[in-house]
Design a protein around this ligand. Structure first.
Ligand SMILES: Cc1cc2nc3c(=O)[nH]c(=O)nc-3n(C[C@H](O)[C@H](O)[C@H](O)COP(=O)(O)OP(=O)(O)OC[C@H]3O[C@@H](n4cnc5c(N)ncnc54)[C@H](O)[C@@H]3O)c2cc1C
Length: 485
């Protein structure tokens, strides 16, 4: 089964650091074991005859299945197949695992799909991406992105030597490849990824060629260190059902003179070309589509938990509670409607690839930065102090105070034990370290949310909005001709 193959493949000598130690065997460490079991079960879906069509597609001329994030959609049906696969994995993990590699795989698929156009940036790009795409697809490679440069001093840029030497840059070139030094700020899922997709969001000057690159870096590269944040994993499943299964680790990457072979250097040395690659709409449309689909599962999960919490304490009859529960339903409906419209409005690009309407997908991503914190706020408002009126361990239901536990934790219409389990599940979202990380994630994963919304304005056709206003004012000044033209 490919889940086992995936886990075994992580024993490749990569340099993963946690709590001051280098972790030799990732799968055996409690910080990763639960999460890897989750990923294993998702990978195994591709080998299950009754499930594989939901998440994968048969490679032409073979009986092998690949994950649908690798499917280049030349029809609307194929675009929907991608969407179904994103949705299926997200539903399995309640949207709590956002970097299951289907996002980063979609970037690679987008580069491959747009290879003719992107090949104009660099003739070598086309063959490099075709070879890598096939390798990643056929070997189920787990990929993640590391894009943002370290948060050192955001008031300074590459003109400041202190910043320039810490941001990832090329220090040497040779016949084998380029040698890079510096750091990348966050790569979610890094300890168990095979390869990192690396580029930067910097607005480069034309002279800043050493910092301008697009790379695919193997996790076991010599000199690459994966430095994990504190683990939020907790193996006590009944008390911490989400932390036990879904702590997708975030890590900083240190590149201590890492050799990147030329075949993994997709672009280098030309800031304008890197910017053009980054802005490619086929790539962004296919990749950001996954973000929006995954988010639906999370909103639905929070909505379901909030409904159950409200029910369990008997507050669903109150008007302001109904108003808040209605707001949650509207949030989920809005994102679902945006995705449905983006898919319905998908049109083939120059190469015949069906790309969802990027503007609507971006709207969904931008709304998500506000919807998720609001959803969590509603859950808090409805559950009140109930979230801390829980025992430290459900085991108390089986000990000497069992009778009292059953009496005093009883819910409006649910047993004491189920109510405690429900509130512990909800606490995972609102109060645990994992839950706090998720709020931060939804605010920031798509980039700085301020810039995200501002970009929406900047990309808009402003004249289309203002023209009717100027026309109305012009009509007024002519004496108010209100006839419909
Ligand atoms: C949980 C989590 C997981 C993540 N996973 C990944 C991942 O897997 N891969 C990846 O590439 N990235 C990942 N990210 C990084 C994410 O993309 C960034 O957090 C996001 O782009 C914002 O950048 P920043 O965090 O550096 O914030 P900053 O850019 O440092 O912003 C901090 C604050 O300063 C303000 N600010 C900064 N610069 C300016 C300016 N010039 N003008 C005005 N205001 C400014 C911002 O508006 C913001 O309020 C992750 C982030 C989180 C929180």
């Amino acid at each position: 089964m490919r889940g086992d193959k995936f886990i075994a493949s992580l024993d490749d000598g990569r340099s993963v650091w946690l709590e001051g130690s280098r972790i030799k065997h990732i799968a055996g460490h409690p910080a990763f074991a639960g999460t890897l079991q989750t990923i294993k079960s998702l990978f195994d879906m591709l080998d299950a005859p009754d499930l594989r069509e939901q998440v994968g597609y048969e490679l032409p001329g073979t009986s092998c299945y690949a994950h649908s994030s690798f499917l280049v959609p030349y029809t609307l049906k194929e675009l929907k197949k991608r969407s179904t696969a994103f949705s299926r994995w997200s539903a399995e993990t309640h949207g709590m695992m956002s970097r299951l590699s289907d996002y980063a795989r979609s970037i690679v698929t987008g580069w491959y799909a747009a290879r003719e156009e992107l090949g104009q940036l660099d003739p070598a790009f086309k063959d490099k991406i075709a070879a890598y795409y096939e390798q990643a697809r056929d070997n189920d490679l787990f990929l993640t992105t590391a894009i943002i440069d370290p948060q050192i001093d955001r008031s300074s840029g590459l003109e400041d030597e202190r910043i320039a030497e810490r941001f990832l840059h090329v220090v040497r070139e040779s016949s084998e490849g380029i040698v890079v030094r510096g750091a990348k700020m966050i790569a979610t899922g890094a300890p168990y990824s095979h390869d990192f997709i690396i580029f930067s969001f910097l607005q480069f000057e034309s002279t800043q060629r050493k910092h301008a690159h697009v790379l695919i870096v193997p996790a076991d590269s010599a000199g690459l260190h994966i430095v994990c944040r504190e683990s939020f994993a907790d193996s006590r499943e009944r008390n911490h059902p989400l932390s036990a299964r879904y702590d997708e680790m975030d890590a900083v990457l240190f590149f201590d003179d890492v050799l990147i072979p030329w075949e993994r250097v997709l672009l280098y040395g030309d800031p304008e070309k890197v910017l053009a690659l980054r802005a490619n709409e086929t790539v962004n449309g296919l990749a950001f589509h996954q973000n929006a689909v995954r988010f639906v599962a999370k909103l639905e999960f929070v909505t379901g938990i909030t409904f159950a919490v409200a029910d369990s304490i008997g507050v669903t009859g109150f008007l302001h509670i109904q108003e808040k529960l209605g707001e949650l339903l509207i949030q989920a409906d809005v994102i679902k409607a945006l995705i449905a419209s983006a898919e319905a409005r998908a049109s083939p690009d120059g190469a015949g690839v069906y790309v969802p309407d990027l503007n609507l997908i971006e709207t969904a991503r931008n709304l998500g930065t506000r919807y998720y914190p609001r959803a969590i706020e509603i859950l808090q408002q409805i559950g009140g102090g109930g979230f801390v009126q829980t025992p430290s361990d459900v085991e108390d239901f089986y000990g000497p105070i069992s009778g009292l536990m059953h009496r005093y934790f009883e819910g409006a219409n649910v047993s004491a034990e189920k109510k405690v389990e429900l509130f512990k599940l909800a606490w995972e979202l609102i109060g645990s370290p994992l839950g706090a990380r998720h709020q931060l994630y939804e605010r920031f994963y798509a980039g700085d949310p301020v810039r995200g919304l501002a970009n929406h304005y900047l990309r808009s056709n402003k004249e289309a909005w203002t023209e009717p206003i100027w026309r109305l004012l012009q009509d007024n000044s002519k004496g108010g001709d209100r006839k419909v033209k």
